[in-house]
Write a protein that binds this ligand. Structure first.
Ligand code: HEM
Ligand code: HEM
Length: 162
């Protein structure tokens, strides 16, 4: 926890870069199941999705590990003034769960695609869906803070706000 009113520029940059890459890989995923089955059967799947999806996902893993390191070194800004204890707790555990998803998604993907464990592919899809639900809740919570509680929480993740 720091006394700053927003995250550092590095943390803000990493947050939005990971958000964009996460969304990109969610969209560029159709056909990965088929590509995995072909790979497990000894084929060499090609095509745009099989070429892009694994490296973009690995980039998400590397950037998320970097984020955790920066977070550990720099901390986070103090909770907004007049914050509610329950909301703070929900944000605290919600952010931890998001980080867990950002690590577990690529890890299960690598176990399926790189190591050839078919069951890891099923786990991958489950963790992706759970994390997506968290992301939707996360974005909704950010909008609720910004427009209902009006505590300027989104400014903490904006590079050029007041
Ligand atoms: C942010 C990271 C990632 C996201 C959001 C993501 C998302 C998805 C989604 C939505 C699917 C379901 C596709 C479908 O069936 O229509 C999928 C499948 C798959 N992804 Fe990822 N993925 C990520 C990272 C990775 C990585 C790093 C790898 C491998 C190195 C990987 C390998 C796979 C494989 C093999 C499947 C097929 C699983 C199966 O059908 O059993 N993914 N991914
Ligand atoms: C429209 C989409 C999004 C909005 C508006 C948004 C907004 C925010 C805001 C305002 C914070 C700071 C919260 C605070 O100060 O307590 C934050 C933190 C965070 N966001 Fe997002 N976010 C979005 C998408 C995402 C996505 C897609 C992910 C990951 C897949 C993500 C992961 C995180 C994590 C892990 C934190 C905690 C940062 C830390 O304390 O280290 N966000 N987000």
């Amino acid at each position: 926890m720091t006394t700053a009113s927003r995250y550092s520029l590095l943390q803000i940059g990493l947050h939005w870069l990971v958000a964009v890459l996460f969304a990109l890989n969610y969209v560029v995923s159709d056909g990965m199941g088929e590509a995995l089955r072909s790979k497990l059967a000894g084929g060499t799947p090609d095509g745009l999705v099989a070429t892009l999806h694994p490296p973009v996902g690995i980039a998400v893993l590397v950037l998320s590990l970097l984020r955790l390191l920066v977070r550990w070194r720099l901390g986070a800004p103090a909770s907004p003034e007049g914050g509610h204890r329950l909301l703070d707790l929900a944000a605290h555990w919600g952010h931890r769960a998001l980080y867990a998803g950002l690590i577990l998604i690529p890890a299960t993907g690598i176990l399926a695609w790189g190591v050839g464990i078919a069951a890891a592919g099923e786990a991958h899809e489950i963790v992706v869906n759970l994390t997506l639900a968290l992301v939707i809740g996360h974005a909704a919570a950010a909008l609720f803070h910004q427009f209902v509680l009006k505590d300027g929480v989104i400014d903490r993740m904006r590079p050029m706000s007041r």
